[in-house]
Design a protein around this ligand. Sequence first.
Ligand code: ADP
Ligand code: MG
Length: 624
Amino acid sequence: MAIINVLDHQTIDKIAAGEVVERPASVVKELVENAIDAGADAITVEIKDGGISFIRVTDNGGGIEKTQVRNAFLRHATSKIASADDLTSLVSLGFRGEALASIAAVSMVELISKTLPDLTGIRYVVEGGIEKEEEEIGAPDGTTVMVRSLFYNTPPRKKFLKQPQTEGSYVADLMEHLAMSNPGISFKFIMNGQTKFYTNGNHDLHEIIYRIYGKEISEQLVPFHFNVDGVVIDGLLGKPVINRANRSYEIFYVNGRYIKSTLISKAIEEGYRTYLMQHKFPFCVLHFQIDTSRIDVNVHPTKMEVRIADEPLFYDTVRNAIYQALHETEMIPEVTLDDKPKDKGIKTNIKETVPEPFERQRIAETENRRCDAKLVASEKRTNDTTNYTMPLSQPVPDRVKEIPVYQVSKDLIQNHSQMQLFDDKILSDHARVQYEIIGQLFDTYWLISYEDKLLIIDQHAAHEKVKYERFMKRFRDHDIVSQTMIPPMIVTLSGREEECYLKHAEDFHALGFVVEEFGGNEYAIRSVPLDLYGYTEQDFFREILDELLAEPLKGTPEAIRIRIATMACKAAVKGNMRISRQEAEQLIDELLTLENPYHCPHGRPTIISMSKYEIEKKFKRIVT
Ligand code: ADP
Ligand code: MG
C-alpha cells in the first residue's frame, strides 16, 4: 500500500518555486519588476557567474516597512492587490505574491530596505526558506535584494542550468529589453565586476540604444511614429545596412511589455521586404500602444505572448506604416574610408563612473538646480515648438497613468525633417539633373559626381532592380506579356518535377509561361515572360522547378514573389559587362522611377556614396 505523505511547507515552496524561478534571468526579472512597482527611477543589477552565485538588485523605490518584511517573503503575500476584485484594475507588473517566497526557497537571500519616512532600515536574511537574521541597520532609501547560490538546495534544478556565460547572456538580454521598455528609468547593469551598460532615464530611446548597442547601430536609425485607428507605434527602425542574421533584434513592446509575436514580426519584415536580403532580419525597437480592448495579454509570468483583435487589419496597418517610413528615408549607405575596424558589437566596459540608485537623489538635486538655471536662460532664447526638453524632475511613476514618452534625439529629428524640407534625396529627379557621370569602373560600376559626393552605382544590382520592379509591376497589374519561343523549347521532366509543375501550373501561367504537354514526360514551353526573355530562358523553367522541389512553396503570395525575384535576378545583366554611357544614363533614369531604388531584390545596395570629406581625410587634407 502506498503511503500518502502530506508535504511540509518548505518542500511545497521548493516545488512551487520552479514555476517562477527557472533560471537567474527569471530571478532578475521578478526583482526588477518589484523595483519598478515600487516606483524606482534608478535600478542597478549586478550578477556574478551568470547570476548563479550572485545577483544584486538595488533600487531607489518606496522601500518595505520594517514590520512588513517578513510578510513580503510569505507565499501569496502581496501589497499589490487585496482581493480578486482588484485583479480587473491591475496595473502593477507583479501581483501573485510569489516571487520573493519562491526565490528565498531555493537560494540564500539578503534584503536591505528603508522607506523614506523611517530613519533606519532593516536587514533580513532567509536561506532555503528559513529565516536566519533580522536586524535594524542604517541604509539608503530604497531596497537592495541579494540572491546567492541559486538552487544550492535543489541540485536537480541546478544541473538544469546552462554554463554561467550562457545564463549571463540571458540576463543581459533581459536587462537590455527592460532598459528599452522603461526609458524613464535609469538602469545600470554590472556583470562580473564590469559595467555593461548604463542608461540615464531621460526618456531618450535613441540614447538607450546607443548605450546598449553602440555607435554604429545608433547612427543607422530612422525615427518612427505612427498613430492611426487606436494603434500608436513609437520607436526606431534600423536602416538596412544594420540588418541582422536572426530575429532577436526585432524588439517590440506592447503597452510596455516585451513580447514575442509572430504576427508583429512578420508585419515588420514584410514592411522591410524590399530592403532585406534573404535570410536577413531588421533591427528595430518599437513600442506599441494598443487599446486594451483590442488585445489579450497572456498574464502567465514567463509567457510573453499577446493576441490582437482583427489580425489581418492590424498586420496591414503595421506593414504599410513601416514600408512608408522606410520609403521616405534616404537609404544610400555612406562609405567611410576609415581603416580602423568599427565598434560593431555590443558596448562593454563603460569607463564613466555611474551612480548607484541611492546616489541619484543627491545628483538629481544638483542637476535640477543647474537645469532650472539653464531653462530660464534657454526659454528666453528659443521659440522652438518641438517637444524635446526632458522633464526636469522625474516624479515617481504612477503605473496607472503612466504612458511612456519615447523621445528621439534632437539630431535625428532635425536631419529627417531637413531632408523632407529640401527634398534633397540623392535619387530624385531634382538631384538627377546635377549628376555628372564620370565613367565606368571595372566594367561594373558607374562613378557619378553629385554635389560634394561621389556616388557609385553597381550596374548589375541596378539593372536587376529595374527589371525586377518592371516585372513585379506587371505581375501585380496582371499585365504579364509573353514572348513566343520559335521553335518551342522541349523539356523532359522527372516524376517529381512533373508533379511539382502540375501543382504550380497556374503560377507558371500567371508569370507568362505557356507550357503544353508534348507526350510522355515531355513538355513544350511555347512562351516565356517578355521582361525576362533573352538571357537564360532555357534554364529558367527548370531552375524554378528545382527551387520549388528543394523548398516547396507554402502557397503564400510572399513565397511566390521570392521565386519571381530569383528569376528576375537570374535573367538580369551580369556584372563584368560593358554598357554604354547612354545605356547607363537610361538605367539611372529608370532607377529613379522606382519605389525603392536603393536595393536589388536580394537587398544588396544599388548605390553607395562617399563624401568629399571622407576622401579629403584620406589624403590628409583634413586632419581629424
Ligand atoms: P508581488 O510582487 O507579486 O507582490 P513579491 O513576492 O514579488 O510579490 O513581493 C512581495 C511584496 O514585497 C510586494 O507586494 C511588495 O510589497 C514588497 N516588495 C518586494 N520587492 C520590493 C521592492 N524592491 N521595493 C518595495 N517593496 C517590495
Ligand atoms: Mg513581484
